[in-house]
Design a binder for this molecule. Structure first.
Ligand code: BT5
Length: 345
């Protein structure tokens, strides 16, 4: 038994271990340490959720599904089945539709929901990007999730978590994508220079300390070009589009929660420096010409990397190094900057 699995998740796993045979109700009840009545209740809930579970008298239960059906399944029990993270994803709030998973997680956080609980929606009617922008959230193909974190940190440290999350998301995408993802400072995940994932961190805070953080993560997993709104096609991609086949969103979510938990622990125990190092493995803008929009100001120059605090360093033509803590970056490859040659560093 794994610590974070729900009873239904454990039943699914048990039935999948015997794809051609039956598992007796008695064995399920013994393995899971629950009554036969409880097993029956959970089997009923799984059937309601769309699992075809046959019951043969005196033999037991058998799960009827093809590998493809198993791969397509995406619900709380599937994610919980085999989840290795201890805290993150232990409690899953799963919805067919929400306006925004971040909004729901903020509500739950204010009601005292514990650290590590996650919200997932199959689709969002008003998915949020940063600065009032929108996150396009077509149904049934991607991952839209928000994680509640309760780090005991001062408010000014909260931005570090965005970089921590970007390291975890990039690492997870790299596990599934044949093309290595890149991070665009601070929090975009690109594959082949197109956006595959975005992160929106929101917080509930006192003037000096964080009450809780909502880490909103949107990953384009199985979205095809046809699923993508036309205006987004030139700038967005998905894991499916580079891999050529669907992956299990449940398995992706399990890996994501594990990686977020791993990097969050590193941040809490060892501080920000190792997190920055983890993030930098996916960062390729250093030494390149960049154009950064900071509110109404545009800063152009050579990217010198990021400093210990996670701020972007840009050397302008005057030779001064600007330290940027928030803004939108474009690199020399993007259309705006064609023709702009890197300044001599
Ligand atoms: C982000 O904003 O990249 C943060 C996105 C966070 C989304 C997640 S989903 C779960 C959670 N719940 C929420 O409501 N939000 C979070 P930003 O850097 O501002 O980028 C937004 C821009 O990305 C848009 O203006 C589009 O240009 C582009 N975009 C929108 N939807 C996209 C998609 N599905 N894939 C790629 N690019 C997209």
């Amino acid at each position: 038994m794994r610590p974070s699995e729900s009873a239904e998740a454990r039943i699914i796993r048990l039935l999948r271990m015997r794809p051609d045979g039956h598992v007796s109700g008695e064995r399920i009840s013994r393995t899971l340490g629950m009554s036969r009545a409880a097993v029956w209740k959970h089997i009923g809930a799984l059937r309601k959720a769309g699992y075809e579970i046959k019951a043969v008298p005196s033999k037991g239960y058998m799960l009827g599904e093809t590998a493809l059906e198993a791969l397509a399944r995406f619900n709380a029990a599937e994610i919980s089945a085999g989840l290795t993270a201890k805290t993150i994803g232990r409690e899953i709030f799963f919805y067919p539709e929400l306006t925004s998973t971040n909004q729901k997680a903020m509500e739950l956080g204010r009601l005292g929901e514990k650290e590590g609980s996650v919200v997932i929606a199959e689709r969002q009617s008003a998915g949020k990007g940063r600065l009032g922008r929108k996150w396009e959230s077509p149904s049934g193909v991607n991952l839209y999730t928000s994680i509640i974190l309760r780090p005991k940190i001062p408010t000014f440290e909260a931005q570090k978590l965005t970089l921590m999350l970007a390291a975890a998301v990039a690492e997870t995408v790299a596990e599934f994508s044949p093309v290595r993802p890149e991070v665009k400072w601070p929090n975009d995940i690109l594959i082949n220079s197109k956006k595959a994932a975005g992160i929106l961190t929101e917080m509930d805070a006192e003037p000096d300390r964080v009450n809780f953080i909502v880490a909103g993560i949107g990953v384009n997993v199985n979205m095809t070009a046809a699923d993508t709104p036309p205006f987004l096609r030139p700038i967005a991609t998905s894991i499916r589009q580079v891999r050529g086949e669907d992956i299990s969103r449940a398995v992706f979510a399990q890996r994501l929660y594990s990686n977020v938990e791993k990097w969050y622990d590193v941040f809490l125990k060892d501080g920000f420096e190792p997190v920055v190092a983890g993030w930098k493995r996916f960062f390729s803008s250093e030494g390149k010409a960049v154009k950064v929009t900071v509110f109404n100001r545009v800063i152009e120059g050579l990217c010198m990397g990021i400093d210990k605090g996670g701020a972007l360093l840009v050397r302008t033509p005057s030779g001064a190094v600007e330290r940027i803590i928030s803004g939108d970056v474009e690199t020399a490859g993007s259309s705006h900057l064609r023709g702009l040659s890197p300044f001599k560093g």
